[in-house]
Structure formats: C-alpha cells, structure tokens
Design a protein around this ligand. Sequence first.
Ligand SMILES: *[C@@H]1O[C@H](CO)[C@@H](O)[C@H](O)[C@H]1NC(C)=O
Ligand SMILES: *[C@@H]1O[C@H](CO)[C@@H](O)[C@H](O)[C@H]1NC(C)=O
Length: 314
Amino acid sequence: MDRLLVITIPVLSLLALSLLSEVHSTSFKIVNKCRRTVWPGLLSGANTAQLPTTGFALPSGASRTVPLPRSWSGRIWGRTLCGHDSQGRFACVTADCGSGKLECAGGGAKPPATLAEFTLNGAGGLDFYDVSLVDGYNLPMLVVARGGKGGGCSATGCLVDLNGACPAQLRVATGNGTGRGVACRSACEAFGDPQYCCSGAYSTPDTCQPSAYSLFFKNACPRSYSYAYDDKTSTYTCAGADYIIIFCPLPYTSQKVLSARKDSVQLPLVNKTTMYIMSKYASGASFSGLMRARYARGFALSVLTSVMVLRPYL
Ligand SMILES: *[C@@H]1O[C@H](CO)[C@@H](O)[C@H](O)[C@H]1NC(C)=O
Ligand SMILES: *[C@@H]1O[C@H](CO)[C@@H](O)[C@H](O)[C@H]1NC(C)=O
C-alpha cells in the first residue's frame, strides 16, 4: 500500500503539472472547408519548441486542434494533391515539404504556398501573425484570433481563389502546365529579379516597391503580405488568444465570425469588387450564366474576378 502511494504521488503531480502547462498554452484549431483533403504542414522557427505534429491529413469538413507552447514561432500551410509515388514516398503537387512522409519533420513548404506566420508572445507580450503570399499562393486561408486580451486581434488572410486568375507567367498548373491552375508563383520566384525579391540594390523598404505582380495579390487579398516590405498593412497583433486557421473559408464569412473585438484596420479582408460578384453568385446566378453576361458586356476585369472567386479549391 505504502509503495503504491510512493509511486502514485509523483505520477499525480506530474499529471497536475502537465494540466497546468496546458492551461498556459495556446492552440490552433485548423479547419478544412475545401472540397478536398488538405494536408497541413507546420514548421517551428529556430530556437522554438517543436509541436506534437508537423503534418497530417485533414479531410474536407474536418478540423483538428493543435496545442502550442505560449512562446512559439513558425508557420502553417496547406499541402494539396498529395499521395504516395511509385517508390512509396509521400509527395504533394503544391507546398510539399520534401520529407517523403506525412509529417514534415522540419521541412518547409516548397513555393508557391500561402503561409500563415506566427510569433506568439513576442514584443510586449503580443502575438504577431500574418498571412503571406510573398512565397506565392496555393490555397485561400483565414486566420481568426479568439479570446484575445489586447492588441487589435483582427482577422487576416486571403479569402479568394487566385489559382484560376493567376497571370500566365506565374501560373502553376497540372498536366505539365496545360491543366487547371493549382498554384500561383510570386514574381520573385518566377523571374528571380532583385526588384521583385527585394534583394541586392532593392533590399530596403524605400527601394523595394510593389510591382504589378504584387498588386495582383494585394488587390485580391488586401490584408495579406504581397511582397517583402508589405509590413504596414499585413502584420496583425493580439494577446493571449487562440487561433482558428481555416483553409478555403467562405469569402463572405460574417463579421461576427471574423472579429470579437472592434476592427480598426484600414484595409478590408475582401476587396468589395470581388465581394459583390461573389454575393451575386451565392444568390443563385449560375457560373456560365454569369460568365456569359460578363462577356456580353465586355467587362474583362469582372470576368477575371469571377474566375477568381468562382473556383473554390479544387
Ligand atoms: C513538360 O514540358 C516541358 C517544356 O514545356 C518539356 O520539356 C517536358 O518534356 C514536359 N514533360 C512531360 C512529362 O511532358
Ligand atoms: C480592389 O481591386 C481593384 C481592382 O483589382 C483595385 O483597383 C482596388 O484598389 C482594390 N481595392 C483594395 C481595397 O485593395
């Protein structure tokens, strides 16, 4: 009896300790609203704790909550069109992490990939987060802060599908480039030009300006990072929050879902131009009908925007 007690007490206190540290941690709830499976990948930054998982399959409609230590930094993305090759290696058409397995195990996303980036409990105890298209785009993504106790806690992300509307020079498509678009490269990756990469003579915020290519991303997704020095309108803060990360969110996600706190940021989450066309679509206009109407009126830009929002993954 005595011996049992001697064993039980340390076990119980360990249990209590782990419960306690659970209370002080935060969490990501990762949700897949895409019509197909997404394989989230998670990469911890240097000098930050490893997570219980670095990659898994998330079927359409499913969600999974990943607990995190209070001070964590790293990124999360969604891999698409994954499977095992003839050698039994796991690989994905977009955002592959090169591990050959379901878990990324320290591997980062191969561009192009939409990235959600976090520094939790950073300067001033604030969490810093953004959704970045600097390494290109492969999926619509939304980050929502829940239960924050300071900071702006705005939702951020890129809510529209840019794979269909991607400029030809940036487009990544199936079938050796002849099939449907599955991702959209950044101009830096596509052309390697220092002007687009903010490197060399263009390595400061003053010398590296937005380009026509970065503006394509910024116009569609005003709160996302569209080039390396897009910080002012692309980084958001919150304190002590949990985060919901949604793949393929509805572009007309309600304001109630988006912000528990007052939203004071200048840029909208969705560009009203795309919002307008989306709501027409949602209220029953058929795809081809809408396209015909647009073509008939010769609104090339509207056609572009329709293609953008009417092709939710995949
Ligand atoms: C894909 O296209 C490139 C050039 O467009 C060509 O060189 C290559 O052979 C093609 N690959 C396949 C598998 O068709
Ligand atoms: C919305 O998109 C249009 C055209 O693509 C662009 O001119 C406008 O600046 C965008 N608005 C925002 C807030 O990004």
